[in-house]
Design a binder for this molecule. Structure first.
Ligand code: PRP
Ligand code: URA
Length: 207
């Protein structure tokens, strides 16, 4: 399905701050959460609204509310860094976690955790990870979400490599992909160029 690059000036500015190698972990985290919030505005454009009668101080009228259940699926660790910003806009969203890390030699994802929510099959599911590099981790996370019964799934990231987008479109042609930036390429170590380095390490200060 569609790949959408969400290129709003506020997002581009915040992403530029995050790319700088001397940006602190605190500023990196703040900008990542803020971009997450700005991006979901676009990602959830098609959320269904439920009409219902309400009373304003002046009169009765029809109001519209989002009653559709939403489940965020952050890929641990780095996906956690975007989740709070998205939850600020969708406070009722539940969170199902998937723990994956990339094997440094093979670049293949290794699973170490998975915990669904009870209502995932009937929910709008948003898989969240700032980095789409080879696409292996995102593809595996979406495999798991589908095994849980999820039917309406989207994937959101901050920076995508063309290789990752192609892999995801091949493995999961039914999934819409959203990124703040489609970068140039992967380098020989599987890092996105120009990218922003290792997102998990920068969020959690582990290197
Ligand atoms: C990073 C990133 C993605 C994955 C992307 O996680 O957060 O999950 O790499 O790479 P891929 O598209 O080639 O699979 P990492 O494995 O470094 O784990 P971390 O989030 O715990 O740092
Ligand atoms: N994971 C990251 O955190 N950064 C990259 O550039 C590639 C994978």
């Amino acid at each position: 399905m569609a790949f959408t690059e969400i290129k709003h000036p506020l997002i581009v500015d915040k992403l530029t701050r995050m790319r700088r190698k001397d940006t602190s972990s605190k500023d990196f985290r703040e900008n990542l959460n803020e971009i997450g919030g700005l991006m979901v505005y676009e990602v959830f454009r098609d959320l269904p609204l439920t009409p219902g009668e309400i009373e304003t101080p002046v009169t009765k009228t029809t109001g519209y509310t989002v009653d559709q259940s939403v489940v965020l699926v952050p890929i641990i660790r780095a996906g956690l860094g975007m989740t709070a910003g998205i939850q600020q806009l969708i406070p009722t969203a539940k969170v199902a976690h998937i723990g994956l890390y990339r094997d440094e030699e093979t670049l293949e994802p290794v699973q170490y955790f998975a915990k669904p929510t009870a209502d995932i099959a009937s929910s709008y599911v948003l898989v969240v990870d700032p980095m789409l590099a080879t696409g292996g981790s995102a593809s595996k996370a979406i495999d798991i979400a589908k095994e849980w019964g999820a039917k309406t799934i989207k994937f959101i990231c901050l920076v995508a490599a063309p290789e990752g987008v192609a892999r995801l479109q091949k493995d999961h042609p039914d999934i819409d992909i959203y990124a703040a930036s489609l970068d140039e390429k992967l380098n020989d170590d599987g890092y996105i160029v120009p990218g922003l380095g290792d997102a998990g390490d920068r969020i959690f200060g582990t290197k």
